[in-house]
Write a protein that binds this ligand. Structure first.
Ligand SMILES: Nc1ncnc2c1ncn2[C@@H]1O[C@H](COP(=O)(O)OP(=O)(O)OP(=O)(O)O)[C@@H](O)[C@H]1O
Ligand SMILES: [Mg+2]
Length: 192
C-alpha cells in the first residue's frame, strides 16, 4: 500500500466487518516526540485474547475464502519501516483499538495520501456505521463526524447528492482540500 490513507481504509473495513456502529480514526502529530500516531478505535465485536496476540501475523485471519489476512500485518510493517511499531488492544463484545506509531522524520514514512477519499468511501459505503476523523496537529484539533452530518441532513442519506455535497464540504474544511475524485464516485451525482 502506497500511503496511510489506503491503510486506514483497509483497517476501518475490519471494524465494519466486526459490526462496529462507530469507528474513530485519530491522527496525532507530535513533533517534539518525532511521532505520528494513528489510532483506529471501534465499538465492534472485538477479538479473543488468542486472536489479538496473533493478529499482526499475515497468517491470522477469520476469513474463510483464504488463509492470509494482510491488513494489520501490512500496517505493522509500515510502522516498523518508519521507526515505529503497532499494537492492538481488544475486548470481546466491546471493541478494538489499533495504535500505529511512526517517526515523523523517518525517510520511509509513507505519505498520508488522500484522507478525504478514504473518509468519503467509508461514509458512503457503510450506511450502518458512523465514522469520525480527528486530526491533532500544531496544538489544534479538527474533527469530521458522520453522526453530526447525518443529523444535519435529516432524511437525506449520505449517499444522496445532498449528502455527498455536505460530506465533501465538511471534509474540505477539515482537511483543507475538497475530495473531488473518490474511487468510482467521481462523476456520480448520487452514490446510493
Ligand atoms: N477491528 C476488528 N475487530 C474485530 N476483529 C478484527 C478487527 N480487525 C481485525 N480483526 C480480526 O483480525 C483478522 C486479521 O485482520 P487483517 O486485517 O490483518 O486481515 P483480514 O481482514 O482477515 O484480511 P485482509 O485485510 O487481507 O483482507 C480478521 O480476519 C479479523 O478476524
Ligand atoms: Mg483486513
Amino acid at each position: 500500500m502506497q500511503d496511510l490513507a489506503h491503510h486506514i481504509l483497509d483497517i476501518a473495513e475490519n471494524s465494519v466487518r466486526a459490526h462496529a456502529s462507530l469507528v474513530v480514526i485519530r491522527l496525532q502529530e507530535r513533533p517534539s516526540e518525532d511521532l505520528l500516531r494513528l489510532e483506529i478505535i471501534d465499538n465492534g465485536e472485538g477479538m479473543s485474547e488468542e486472536m489479538r496476540r496473533q493478529v499482526l501475523s499475515p497468517f491470522t485471519t477469520s476469513r474463510t475464502e483464504r488463509r492470509v489476512g494482510l491488513g494489520l500485518a501490512l500496517l505493522a510493517q509500515a510502522a516498523r519501516e518508519a521507526g515505529g511499531d503497532c499494537r492492538v488492544e481488544s475486548t470481546p463484545f466491546h471493541g478494538t483499538r489499533i495504535v500505529a506509531d511512526f517517526r515523523l522524520s523517518h525517510i520511509d514514512l509513507k505519505p498520508i495520501g488522500d484522507l478525504g477519499e478514504t473518509m468519503l468511501v467509508l461514509a458512503v459505503g457503510h450506511s450502518d456505521t458512523d465514522f469520525a476523523l480527528e486530526i491533532e496537529r500544531g496544538g489544534g484539533l479538527r474533527r469530521f463526524d458522520t453522526q453530526e452530518i447525518r443529523a444535519s441532513l435529516g432524511d437525506a442519506p449520505l449517499c444522496s447528492p445532498t449528502g455527498l455535497r455536505v460530506l465533501r464540504g465538511h471534509l474540505g474544511e477539515v482537511l483543507g482540500t475538497r475530495p473531488t475524485h473518490p474511487y468510482g464516485l467521481k462523476e456520480s451525482p448520487n452514490a446510493c
